[in-house]
Each structure stands twice: as structure tokens, then as C-alpha cells.
Design a protein around this ligand. Structure first.
Ligand code: GMH
Ligand code: CA
Length: 160
């Protein structure tokens, strides 16, 4: 079946080049929407997107809002991710609550999935559990971390 085999190959070649065109269009569209999604309060680090809505609230409020949106509170796992959260704090001139607490066991900071933190950037003297009531973590505009009462209001940053 030499002849029908060749025409099948040509049909396949046409399908591949059509798909190549569609992929290029999709890539261009994706790049455009990445710009939309990160203007002005968003940052992309690898596969993670950090974004704020500008909302300020207590820890439980912010946590719920990130989950409702299909993400979670920002949980920087390295210096590059922390720098992205810091840049958003600087833009809004507000400290940010992270998705990290020591609510379960005092002094053992964990992500919301229960995993012990793999990265930290504590300010000098922190965490100090001031007045015995600081179980949440804020990021200052200088990028350093402070444990803080979860009832305080801070800027929301979610990660997706
Ligand atoms: C105390 C002092 C300060 C520190 C705050 C902060 C509160 O007031 O140790 O130097 O900045 O606590 O840790 O969260
Ligand atoms: Ca503190």
C-alpha cells in the first residue's frame, strides 16, 4: 500500500503543522495573560505565581480568601520566592502574612500542609513570641520575617 501510505504521511504532516501554528498562538496568548495576571501586584518564580488583590485582613480571613480563589497563602520556600513576596510588600507599602504558623506547636513553624518550613528569613531576634501570643509570620518590606499575632491585619498575597 505504497501510495495510500504516502498520502497518510502527508495528511499527518499537515496536521502537525496546523498544531504547530495553534501551539505558537497559544504560547503568545499565555504570555499576554501572564502579563495581565501579574500587573501590578504579581510575580512569577519558576512555576509559582504570587499575587495580591490589595486586601488586608487577619490570618484566617486571608487564608480563606486564598483557598477560595484556588490557591493558598504565600509560602516562600527559597530566597527567590521570598524576594517576590518582598517586592509585592514594597509595592503596597504593607507587611504580608505568610502561610506559615506555629499554632500546632510553639516554636515549630510549619506550612499549612503540616510540613516543617525548609526556608526562613527571620529578622534579628525573631521569632520572639512577644507576649506569648505570636503564631503567625509577617514579611516586612525589607524582606525579613517577624512572628506576629494572627489577629493583626496584613496584606494578602496568595500563591498559585
Ligand atoms: C518586641 C521587641 C521588638 C520586636 C517586637 C516584635 C513583635 O516588642 O522585641 O524589638 O520588634 O517585639 O517581635 O512581633
Ligand atoms: Ca515577633
Amino acid at each position: 500500500k505504497g501510495d495510500s501510505g504516502l498520502s497518510e504521511i502527508n495528511l499527518m504532516k499537515n496536521k502537525v503543522s496546523a498544531l504547530e501554528g495553534q501551539l505558537r498562538a497559544l504560547q503568545a496568548s499565555f504570555t499576554k495573560y501572564q502579563k495581565v495576571a501579574t500587573f501590578p501586584g504579581g510575580r512569577i518564580v519558576g512555576n509559582k505565581v504570587f499575587v495580591t488583590s490589595g486586601y488586608e485582613g487577619n490570618f484566617d480571613d486571608l487564608k480563606q480568601r486564598c483557598l477560595q480563589a484556588g490557591g493558598q497563602l504565600a509560602s516562600p520556600r527559597n530566597a527567590a520566592e521570598n524576594a517576590a513576596v518582598q517586592q509585592i510588600a514594597v509595592l503596597y507599602k504593607k507587611s504580608v502574612f505568610l502561610g506559615i504558623t506555629d499554632i500546632q506547636t510553639e516554636g515549630r513553624f510549619k506550612y499549612q500542609n503540616g510540613e516543617a518550613i525548609v526556608y526562613s528569613n527571620w529578622a534579628p531576634g525573631e521569632p520572639n513570641n512577644d507576649k506569648g501570643s505570636e503564631n503567625c509570620v509577617e514579611v516586612y518590606t525589607n524582606g525579613k520575617w517577624n512572628d506576629k499575632s494572627c489577629g493583626e491585619k496584613r496584606l494578602i498575597v496568595c500563591e498559585f
